[in-house]
Design a protein around this ligand. Structure first.
Ligand code: AMP
Length: 419
């Protein structure tokens, strides 16, 4: 019997896996530069944290959580998203009593028992950024601009920013009532009807054409914003325009998690298929209180690394599959040469030169094939005769040119050549 990765999960393998690391780094580089600090939280938390934080009416909580009881009888859940954990950590360690806003970023795997398909996995990776403890449209705009730059730095062009405001606790209840009244009159299936009472805004997000057709005349939250929310939203829009970040107003954008207030946004990509959202986020002014903390107006985003990779693939940005992990590759011939090469490899690595060597006692042909495959620029061939002469053959693998250099000088010589 052979094992397979569980359904909805997959492995990243070289050389693509190296690109994945680079993508994660590129997406968070702008927030790091903007003073956000790294936070790492556990992969599992008290189940109640997500029930309260993400919301009992969401699909994530009702259908998708990996929940289990540990040997101590505690109910724990593999994190389905990062924000609830970050807020929990801020409250637990009283970071909110220091300088505000608290700016944090994270990078980690998330777990949701979803219907697996292209772009939708049960184990996926997000990088995220959160700014906690300030109500300032410039903070919303800052985060959006930083995410936008992350995508741009990766070379992505086909990204669209969708923007909306969901109102706040002043104006949302009145809007909700108007929306519920409208939705009750529609011809909907039972499950969707049930959703009207639990989370009516989510009905707007229903992708099915027969539902969307009926929603054409639905009341929109933008038309029901209170003055404060309207002014706030206008300021975010202005700051984005000033920054040259194009956006599309999407009055039906509600997103799947319950905690959002005011600004919500999503980045969609034209080449990813049905799971087009490559990232998203928004303001969550009430979340801290939902978790038993003080009022802590905050805003954040999570960018899906796996879908960003799909987007890059669609734009041909990952076509270069070269696998140059090392610059130099050692080919020792004979056991004395092997011992000397082992030491030389370590000397090269210590000098900062990426180096590998032939293992497994292969003959010269197999070892040279290994050198070619490694993507290295130079092969170092060390035979018994070279060893006796305290020399080594340096072969340039791009030109096939071979020169003999003294063993004692090879590190310095290669350093010079590889500069
Ligand atoms: P969310 O936490 O649902 O707001 O999602 C933020 C981003 O994470 C989305 O825009 C996706 O790019 C990514 N994402 C969410 N769920 C999945 C999933 N099941 N598989 C892959 N990526 C996902």
């Amino acid at each position: 019997m052979s094992f397979q990765a569980p359904k909805g999960t997959f492995d990243w393998l070289p050389p693509r896996s190296e690109r994945v690391l680079a993508v994660r780094e590129a997406l968070v580089a702008p927030v790091r530069q903007a003073g956000y600090g790294y936070v790492e939280t556990p992969t599992f938390e008290d189940t109640e944290l997500f029930k309260r934080g993400v919301g009992e009416s969401t699909d994530v909580v009702t259908k998708e959580m990996y929940t289990f009881e540990d040997k101590g009888g505690r109910s724990l859940t593999l994190r389905p998203e990062g924000t609830a954990s970050v807020v929990r950590a801020v409250l637990q360690h009283s970071l909110h009593n220091g300088r505000l806003p608290v700016k944090l970023w994270y990078s980690g795997s998330q777990y949701r028992y979803e219907r697996a398909q292209r772009g939708r996995y049960r184990h996926f990776w997000q990088v995220g950024a959160e700014a906690l403890g300030a109500e300032d449209p410039a903070l919303d705009a800052e985060l959006i601009v930083l995410a936008w730059r992350g995508y741009a730095d990766l070379g992505l062009r086909d990204v669209t920013l969708l923007l909306n405001s969901l109102g706040d606790k002043e104006c949302r209840p009145a809007y909700r009532a108007v929306l519920v009244e409208f939705l009750r009159k529609l011809d909907l299936d039972e499950a969707t009807r049930a959703r009207i009472d639990i989370n009516p805004l989510r009905v707007l997000d229903d992708g099915r054409p027969e539902v969307q057709a009926q929603l054409a005349g639905a009341p929109l939250v933008v038309d029901h914003l209170c003055e404060a929310c309207k002014a706030y939203h206008e300021e975010v829009r202005l700051l984005l325009s000033d920054s040259g970040v194009p956006f599309t107003d999407d009055p039906k954008l509600v997103r799947g998690l319950d905690y959002y207030t005011r600004t919500t946004f999503e980045f969609v990509h034209g080449g990813v298929g049905s799971q087009a959202a490559i990232g998203g986020g928004g303001r969550y002014d009430g979340l801290s209180e939902m978790l038993g903390g003080p009022p802590l107006p905050s805003v954040g985003w999570a960018l899906g690394v796996d879908r960003t990779i799909l987007a890059m693939e669609a734009e041909g940005l990952l076509d270069d599959e070269s696998d140059a992990r090392v610059q130099v590759y050692g080919v020792p011939l004979g056991s004395d040469a092997r011992r000397r090469m082992f030491r030389l490899v370590e000397e090269l690595r210590t000098a900062g030169i990426g180096t590998d060597m032939a293992f497994g006692g292969r003959g010269v042909k197999g070892a040279m094939k290994g050198a070619d495959r490694s993507g290295a620029r130079f092969a170092l061939i060390l035979g018994e005769r070279d060893l006796a002469a305290q020399a080594v053959q340096v072969k340039d693998l791009t030109t096939a040119e071979q020169t003999e250099v003294p063993l004692a000088e090879v590190v310095e010589i290669l350093k010079g050549k590889l500069q």
